[in-house]
Design a protein around this ligand. Sequence first.
Ligand SMILES: *Cc1c(COP(=O)(O)O)cnc(C)c1O
Length: 371
Amino acid sequence: MIDFLNLRKVNAPHEAALEQAMQRVLRSGWYILGDEVAAFEREFAAYCEVGHCIAVANGLDALQLSLRALGIGPGDEVLVPSNTFIATWLAVSQVGATPVPVEPRAGTHNIDPSRLASALTPRTRAIMPVHLYGQPAEMDAICAFAQAHDLKVIEDAAQAHGARWQGRRCGGLGDAAGFSFYPGKNLGALGDGGAITTNDAALAATLRKLRNYGSSVKYRHDLVGTNSRLDELQAAMLRVKLPALDGENATRAEFARRYMAGLQGLPLDLPVQASGAESSWHLFVVRLHGPVGTRDRVLAELAARGITALIHYPLACHEQPAYAGLTWPDLPIASSLQHAVLSLPISPVHTDVEIDEVIAAVRDILSSRAA
Ligand SMILES: *Cc1c(COP(=O)(O)O)cnc(C)c1O
């Protein structure tokens, strides 16, 4: 049996340190916005090579609060990828703005900068590129377009902890970035968590208020804020795991290289990295060729062999019931990807032997189909 992601195994190497940190928080008697969160914010800002980190309750809040702090709201449009996890779109909808989908490049599955111009209207205020599957979006072209049209750039870095674009960490490439520490992410807590990174001190100060009832001084409320704070307990868990992140990402990158070499010559598209992009390899996503139904058969045949693969994502955002009431442009790339993409197991606790077994299984399934 090869799991897609075994979180018990992922956290096992950290178990003793995690228990120690839990006890430290328990005995401190201080559970919200204390030393652990402050220390994690410093450590994660340093890791991302940015000036400020504001820890919040989850990744969706990180994106949503970034938009709010940048003044984006009702009547505004935000350019988003047509191919992403729904949270990117929900963040825009939650502040009362409208997500305007832009199709991805075929190879990287990330937003295609050459398509931004045709999505622009007088109401466009921001772009929210996603570093999907951990592959950095083409930030030079995106930021140049944003600058030319006076748009804000909010990175959705929820899958890109540690990824680099032209040598610089994701999280410091736009006006603000949203991270998620959902347990399955490359840096995962033992519950929900998120953070915003930015180099803008004024924006950081606004965000610190917004996450805490609009307040920076107890019982004085400057903004109509919300309650979206990372717990001390989760901050302590993340502080244990952060020092191991680069090593774990390097293991993921090694498995990605193994897949790339082992899956050559098959009727599928391998992940393509834009030049200058260094992925965090949150997911290893291939696109299968062949008629509709090919992907589902491969998925089922892998399952029959005890190998769990998954689909990211099985239904495009604009086809979700949540967005059914609105009219969308034709988005043929997003609409077709959902039937063709397959995520193969990749995590820091898989082994070379397991990755080779997945490769052998995929090769076998696809060659017996051709026969
Ligand atoms: C996980 C994820 C989010 C949301 O993060 P949560 O912590 O689950 O709210 C947003 N965007 C992308 C691309 C994600 O993968």
